[in-house]
Design a protein around this ligand. Structure first.
Ligand SMILES: [Zn+2]
Length: 249
């Protein structure tokens, strides 16, 4: 298969308003994301535009803005597709979060605060977040510390599903940034021992149990779900302890 055109493609830049030249460029076999984007601006029908954006995005799948443009068109034409709407929300959240990239990579604090992630997902308002943070501070002073996410769930500001998704995204972002895993779940994700959807399911169960006053370690839930075996878990615990000790050296 022919190599994809470099972006920006100089041919497309010269002929971006010329439908015929763009079609010829593609007909010659160029795999050209820019040509499809230019065509998307020229075609009349929404479904044609969607098709152009889909082809462009398939050629350059790492272009986040292109993927978002495709999904935005897609959800207009397919409003019943909840999964696509979800993917669009997450892609937009990732774009927002990319701007907040931690300055120091490979550092313990290379993380996005949960509040920032929930805001980026559009899951809570600034006001809800402020109220929850104040309540968290009040409880801390009373000697009853509570996780921000649990508070938001208890206050009915966030669904347990949304919190589980946000926590999973947080682990994935930390792993992508090369941050040292802080928790068992981050260790398992960073090392590819579990898939994000397995983590999300386990976290969801853990959150539901926790807000009803029951505490079950995540490792036990993952074992019960069959997401990991005992050997992997044991190794993860040891590595996790080792990292925790050496972080202070
Ligand atoms: Zn080209």
């Amino acid at each position: 298969m022919r190599r994809a055109c470099p972006r920006p493609c100089s041919f497309v830049h010269r002929h971006r308003h010329n439908l015929i030249r763009l079609r010829d460029h593609l007909a010659e076999g160029h795999r050209c994301a820019d040509a499809w984007v230019a065509l998307a601006h020229l075609v009349r029908e929404p479904w044609q535009r969607l098709d152009c954006l889909e082809r462009a995005s398939a050629i350059d799948p790492d272009d986040q803005n292109l993927r978002i443009a495709y999904l935005e068109h897609y959800v207009v034409l397919h409003p019943e597709d909840a999964q696509a709407a979800e993917e669009l929300r997450e892609a937009k959240a990732r774009r927002v979060l990319a701007r907040y990239k931690p300055r120091i990579f490979r550092h313990q604090d290379a993380s996005q605060p949960l509040g920032v992630i929930l805001r980026a997902l559009g899951a809570v308002s600034d006001t809800d977040l402020e109220v929850a943070l104040e309540e968290q501070e009040r409880l801390r002073r009373l000697g009853r510390p509570m996780l921000l996410g649990d508070l938001l769930v208890l206050q009915d500001k966030t669904a347990p599903e949304t919190l589980a998704r946000a926590l999973t995204l947080q682990s994935r972002l930390r792993a992508a940034n090369g941050a040292m895993p802080r928790t068992l779940s981050e260790y398992l994700i960073a090392n590819g021992h579990i898939a994000p959807d397995q983590l999300e399911r386990a976290l969801l169960e853990q959150i539901r149990l926790r807000v009803s006053g029951k505490h079950e370690p995540l490792g036990e839930i993952l074992l019960r779900h069959g997401a990991v075996d005992a050997t992997v878990l044991q190794r993860a615990f040891q590595q996790h302890m080792h990292d925790a000790m050496t972080a202070f050296v």
